[in-house]
Design a protein around this ligand. Sequence first.
Ligand code: SF4
Length: 459
Amino acid sequence: MTETAKGYHVLTWGCQMNEEDSEQMGLYLEQLGLAPVATAAEADVILLNTCSVRRKPEEKVFSKLGELRELKEERAGIVVGVCGCMAQIEHEEILRRAPFVDFVVGTGQISALPDLVRAAWARTDGQAPAAVRRKGAGRALDLPERKGAVVSDIPHRAPGRRPSIKAHVPIMYGCDKFCTFCVVPLTRGRERSRPTADVMAEVRELAALGVREITLLGQTVNSYGKNLPEGRVPFAQLLGMIDGVEGIERVRFTSPYPRDFTDELVEAIAALPHVCEHVHLPLQVADDALLRHMHRGYTLAEFDVIVQKLRAAVPGGAITTDLMLGYPGETDEQFRNTMEYVAATRFDAAFMFAYSPRPGTKAADMPDQVPQDVKVARLNALIDLQNRISAEKCRACVGDVVEVLVEGPSSRNAAMLSGHTRTLRMVHFPGATEATPPGSLVRVRVEEGGLTGFLGTPV
Ligand code: SF4
């Protein structure tokens, strides 16, 4: 096989940071002359960009690897690589259960992909029988040397971007907070920020390519700016700089860390015209004893102060959150505390999940794990409550006029377009891309509110 060969396919699990990494992986593979294809079955190079935050996506990765084993047996010469957070901390298990994998690459070494694929082609000449590779011949690892060592460099950014109206821009990597349940500090390494000049250059380049909406990414995105060679650059200041880039209509960020949510940041969201009126502020649980146990670094009262300040400074804004049920030792009363706070605070939406122990984290070894049936019952009760609130809040917007950034034809109806509001609600409305191309800003009157979005009419 030569570098003119065919197609690649990247399967992605997990967060927006992983989605962004997958796009970067694609750009690196395109340096080899590969083009994206729609399915793994058509591809010559298949990458699995994995997630370790919960057990379920890990199980899905192993199940997918089972399917790919059969594909490799049918088609000699395809290359399979495993990347992302599982690759970082579970490479031994991956190679034990899937010895046919050609390489495993960590979260900070995406730029090594072209070399790893070339090496896989060279080892097999692209045509070696799958049986040879199933024995594990010539597997490559590109991971930190010590098992469990964390990545500390800032990943290289692949040159070039695909034209799109929305883009993610990572501004920091890793995390220093070490919440007891979370594997991120082990998979993504310690907190480090990209130099401001790099971030600004990328944002300007994206604006010149026609991008209208930027989402700044980081595990604790608002902790940005410490230990930079140019000196400290607070996140609120960076937002102000990006807000001024010509062509960028909307700026979002995810996910902020409550303890680092400063008054300056609240003021920036309120004052900067392109920064959207939506904050995703992860709470996890509404119980001080559990928050302390998790090492979250804030009390419920401190979290609530941020919510109140945001609501006062940004009327009509949306606040969404993350909620975790079934953390070790969570009692019925502590669960009720979370339910009561959710009922009283009325988040616009929430990402809700049951705790699952992650190997290597403190919480995984705690003795008082909550039984699965209790976790499921609590999660279902919380989802019922939050969904009712989300739907009520959407219905309360009927009659409002909202600004929609058009993303393209609606998936619901060929005669409609869709896009998001500044508060991140999806809107479907009559229209066609000939008259209203993607990237247009349209004012739409809300006619009907659903669980996560609206049906409307352009005004
Ligand atoms: S702040 Fe806590 S939950 Fe968030 S990435 Fe860091 S360790 Fe994980």
